[in-house]
Design a protein around this ligand. Structure first.
Ligand SMILES: Nc1ncnc2c1ncn2[C@@H]1O[C@H](COP(=O)(O)OP(=O)(O)OP(=O)(O)O)[C@@H](O)[C@H]1O
Ligand SMILES: [Mg+2]
Length: 221
């Protein structure tokens, strides 16, 4: 049974070891619908590792991750999480519009509906004029906004965004974070957003700090 308070993702005593080092240590975290959470912490503290694990993309070494609110229990809910990767991740051979449309098509959305969702996400992120361009013809910041559009276009309940504003000026960074917050709210979902920028972190309701793989919850702002 799921209810509005059922976590979309739940980490219990989570540990992750990479290359012989425990990068995430004994983390407990529940992300419920309606939450927007900034994930902060120094470079190398484990933010990306945590987000990728919560997306089900890297193996857990200790403890567990489940997705009780995404209806697939302990199976990683492939295709049901909106993800913005820290590294550039657009498919180079596809136009911006096709990049945003691709995951929708892969999850079975028909072409017209996928194109319409892509168009409105690109417009929301202010990059509709880039729709026909290939990634290599776009600036780093435009590519980043298209990656955010791709994560939002699916209307997913859980969106994980890893430094989605690193290539953006302050004005655009604010707009992108606003779009992410509003997008997940409209979907009745939750947002986890990793950022180094305290001003952007302040736009979100909650904040957790990762410190050498340990999670410090609700740190003072
Ligand atoms: N594949 C890997 N093998 C070994 N160590 C890794 C691997 N990936 C990451 N690490 C280490 O894990 C730690 C956490 O890395 P992670 O990328 O999660 O940090 P981060 O908080 O996202 O940093 P940043 O703010 O720079 O993006 C770092 O010390 C990093 O060197
Ligand atoms: Mg990172």
């Amino acid at each position: 049974m799921t209810s509005p308070s059922t976590p979309l993702v739940l980490a219990e005593s989570l540990s992750i070891r990479l290359g012989g080092t425990e990068v995430i240590r004994d983390v407990d975290l529940a992300v419920r619908p309606g939450a927007d959470v900034a994930v902060t912490g120094r470079s190398g503290s484990g933010k990306t590792t945590l987000l990728l694990a919560l997306a089900g993309l890297i193996p857990v070494t200790g403890g567990r991750i489940t997705w009780p609110g995404l209806l697939q229990g302990s199976q990683p809910p492939r295709g049901r999480i909106g993800l913005v990767f820290q590294a550039p991740s657009l498919v180079p051979e596809l136009s911006a519009q096709e990049n945003v449309t691709l995951p929708l098509r892969l999850s079975g959305v028909d072409l017209l509906a996928a194109r319409a969702a892509a168009t409105s996400a690109l417009a929301l992120l202010g990059v509709l004029d880039c729709a026909e361009a290939l990634p290599a013809q776009l600036s780093g910041g435009q590519q980043q906004r298209i990656a955010v559009a791709r994560a939002l276009a699916g209307g997913h309940q859980l969106v994980l965004a890893d430094e989605p504003t690193g290539a953006l000026d302050r004005g655009h960074a604010h707009e992108v974070v606003r779009a992410l917050i509003d997008g997940v709210r409209a979907a009745g979902g939750a947002l986890l957003l990793a950022t180094h920028d305290p001003e952007l972190a302040d736009m979100l309701d909650e904040r957790v700090v990762v410190d050498e793989g340990l999670l410090v919850q609700g740190a003072p702002r």
